[in-house]
Write a protein that binds this ligand. Structure first.
Ligand code: GDP
Ligand code: IMO
Ligand code: MG
Length: 429
């Protein structure tokens, strides 16, 4: 049996949470391996809606959740998320949640720097979630991050805070933002220590054991390939690698443990924040997609930009992300449209291209080349078998498979957990 990695194949919010929750019934362990509480994963189960940012979506099924070392962890955000889902009837304890003891922490100075930088960028802002993700990853790579294990060593913590504050206060001062004081930070971290340390462990050992005993592991990606810090629409990206290759490094397991890679894509496209979006719609159809799809950011509430399905971009995401099977979500949002368009390539400064150009200005100049397909009569919402789909919807799916060069293995037809059609079990490899 293969393990499965789930990654976004567009710009995020494709429905990864719903898919991970659905697949979690077949898994033993669900692992987050990158990103932080910039993610917002929505799960609809009966009359309950869970919005998870840091907790692996498997916790709703009572599966063991692991927050891997590749994540950046905001302790306050985690504790308030645990309190929120506890109020919804879930139980999250060290029995069912384990956190890598080498995970870097997000401290209050990270969102402060994130927001101060965005303000300084003015119109050129990235449109980050303002949660300190970028600055926290910078500190990790610069070898000055506070890690979860440091909470057990007050002297290490104190020394590291000196270095961290030297760096951050210099930057904050330069940006005209308030500086941070060491003692208050140290006190708050020491107060958090007894709440967080019971969750901490060397998760690589647990994953190694899971592997030896044939447990099934589901790796839950956040963000998406086009927000990947290397492969996305840089600099309008997040600060981690979102591709499946990072699931191994972000969890502490070998690359052969990943197994089958599922790429999640909406049947159209959306994006939150700034950056190029060749198939974006600025008309009534774009507005309609936003309304029917309830396209508002789960984390920030910002309206998502909407556009046609970009097969050229998803094909690229399939290749660089290592996607072996596609999950197409939100097909129901296209119900009732007379015709649909699929972007199959771009013209960039008069030249035709079958991939996104790499340069920033070239990406901004990419004009979509569209193929037109007929819409379908009736509704696909809530369909639970292929046979319930109109012929035109099946044709649309088949065309997407051809263009992105990957088979559609799962279909989602509403936010509800069970409104899902499986063509092939990803855990079967
Ligand atoms: P994620 O970040 O990839 O987990 O996606 P989000 O949860 O941020 O956004 C996806 C939104 O679409 C959520 O509100 C889901 O409840 C909803 N959703 C997921 N699948 C479907 C679907 O097939 N149809 C419809 N209409 N909504 C869906
Ligand atoms: P999920 O996991 C959609 C976007 C932000 C911004 C850029 C950088 O729910 O799909 P950051 O705060 O990460 O430095 O912001 O990335 N972004 C997301 N967009 N879904 C997400 O997560 C996102 N996480 C970050 O809007 O454009
Ligand atoms: Mg989301």
């Amino acid at each position: 049996m293969a393990n499965v990695a789930v990654i976004g194949a567009q710009w995020g919010d494709e429905g990864k949470g719903k898919v991970v929750d659905w697949l979690a019934s077949r898994a033993d362990i669900v692992v987050r391996f990158q990103g932080g509480h910039n993610a917002g994963h929505t799960l609809v189960v009966g009359d309950q809606t869970y919005r998870l940012s840091l907790l692996p979506s498997g916790v709703v099924r009572g599966k063991l959740g692991i927050i891997g070392n590749g994540v950046v962890l905001d302790p306050e955000a985690l504790l308030s998320e645990i309190a929120k889902v506890t109020a919804q009837g879930l139980s999250v304890t060290p029995e069912n949640l384990r956190i890598a003891d080498n995970v870097p922490l997000i401290l209050p100075l990270h969102p402060a720097l994130d927001k101060a930088r965005e303000a300084a960028r003015g119109d050129a802002k990235i449109g980050t979630t303002g949660r300190g993700i970028g600055p926290a990853y910078e500190d990790k790579v610069a070898r000055r991050a506070i890690r979860l294990c440091d909470l057990a060593e007050p002297e290490t913590l104190s020394d590291k805070l000196d270095e961290l504050l030297r760096h951050h206060n210099t930057l904050l001062r330069g940006l005209g933002a308030p500086e941070f004081e060491k003692q208050a930070l140290l006190d708050s971290l020491l107060a958090l220590a007894p709440k967080l340390l019971p969750f901490a462990e060397a998760i690589w050992e647990r994953l190694d054991e899971a592997r030896a005993t044939g447990k099934r592991v589901l790796f839950e990606g956040a963000q998406a390939v086009m927000l990947d810090v290397d492969h996305g629409t840089y600099p309008y990206v997040t600060s981690s690698n979102t591709v499946a290759g990072n699931a191994a490094a972000g969890a502490g397991i070998g690359p052969d443990a990943i197994g089958f890679v599922l790429g999640i894509a909406k049947a159209y496209s959306t994006r939150v924040g700034s950056g190029p979006f060749p198939s974006e719609l600025h008309d009534e159809i774009g507005k309609r997609l936003g309304e029917r799809g309830h396209e508002f950011g789960t984390v920030t509430g910002r309206p998502r930009r909407c556009g046609w399905f970009d097969a050229c971009m998803v094909r690229q995401a399939v290749k660089v992300g290592g996607v072996q099977g596609l999950v197409l979500t939100k097909l129901d949002v296209l119900d009732g449209l007379a015709e649909l368009k699929i972007c199959t390539g771009y013209t960039v400064n008069g030249q035709m291209m079958k991939r996104l150009p790499t340069g920033q200005r070239a990406q901004a100049a990419a004009e979509p080349i569209f193929e037109v397909m007929p819409g379908w009569p009736g509704s696909t919402r809530g369909a639970r078998s292929y046979a319930e789909l109109p012929a035109e919807a099946v044709k649309y799916i088949r065309r997407i498979e051809e263009l992105v060069e990957a088979p559609v293995v799962l279909l989602s037809t509403s936010p509800e957990r069970d409104d899902t059609i499986m063509m092939r079990d990803p855990f079967a490899g």
